[in-house]
Design a protein around this ligand. Structure first.
Ligand code: TYD
Length: 215
């Protein structure tokens, strides 16, 4: 596959979704290939339905392994339907969350451990890995503060309702991944201004994939 697969990761409240939209808009202006922006969990009709089951605030009894399997199932469907076709024709996919989210949230924060998460996700992704991951880093307290401050404007899901300790473990998981994959994962400080975050993301992408995005 000739395309470029870029993922955006970060704890809740890192501002990743907003940054991704703006990065995508600005990249599209200079790209010579198709750019597709998408998200996990969801991003295709079947995957969105799985998302609804996972994030339903009424599903408080959901088993943690069930949760991990549902994320992997949603990921698989989304990958096959939305990501692989674009990569196969040489395009660029910007994806909000991927396997790293499962490692951080289910592996670390839920405490399932990383081995099982890698196992089920290896089955789901069949070797399709991101070429680059932009990790928007934010301390858990600040991320939760932002979610609270955004009031009703932002979707409040089952995982947002977890305690501070959970979100601290999510961040720990991400920082562990950063150490393990220094080539693939680039850390962006999300406490900067929105504009600075977007500029940094663009700079990294343009530097890595100059042929596709002439500035
Ligand atoms: P998302 O829609 O990206 O929420 P946000 O906009 O807050 O980042 O993801 C919804 C939630 O799902 C979020 O709390 C992170 C969680 N999640 C996992 O726990 N594991 C996963 O594999 C994925 C993709 C997401």
């Amino acid at each position: 596959m000739d395309g470029i697969f870029i993922t955006f990761e970060g704890p809740d409240g890192a501002g990743k979704t907003t940054a991704l939209q703006e990065v995508s808009r600005r990249l599209a202006a200079t790209a010579n290939k198709k750019i597709v922006t998408t998200r996990e969990p969801g991003g295709s009709p079947i995957a969105e339905k799985i998302r609804d089951i996972i994030l339903d605030t009424a599903h408080t009894e959901m088993d943690e392994r069930t949760e991990a399997l549902l994320y992997a199932a949603s990921r698989r469907q989304h990958l096959v339907e939305k990501v692989i076709p674009v990569l196969a024709e040489g395009g660029c996919v910007l994806c909000d969350r991927f396997v790293d989210s499962s490692v951080a949230y289910q592996g670390f924060a839920r405490g399932i451990g990383t081995a099982g998460i890698f196992q089920i996700n290896d089955f789901a992704i069949e070797g399709v890995q991101p070429h680059l991951t932009l990790y928007l880093d934010i301390p858990a307290e600040e991320g939760l503060r932002r979610i609270a401050a955004s009031g009703g404007s932002r979707e409040n899901n089952r995982l947002d309702q977890e305690a501070l300790a959970f979100h601290q473990k999510v961040r720990e998981g991400y920082l562990h991944l950063v150490e393990e994959h220094p080539e693939r994962i680039v850390v962006i400080d999300s406490q900067q201004s929105k504009e600075a975050v977007v500029e940094q993301c663009l700079a990294v992408i343009r530097e890595r994939f100059a042929a596709m995005f002439e500035a």
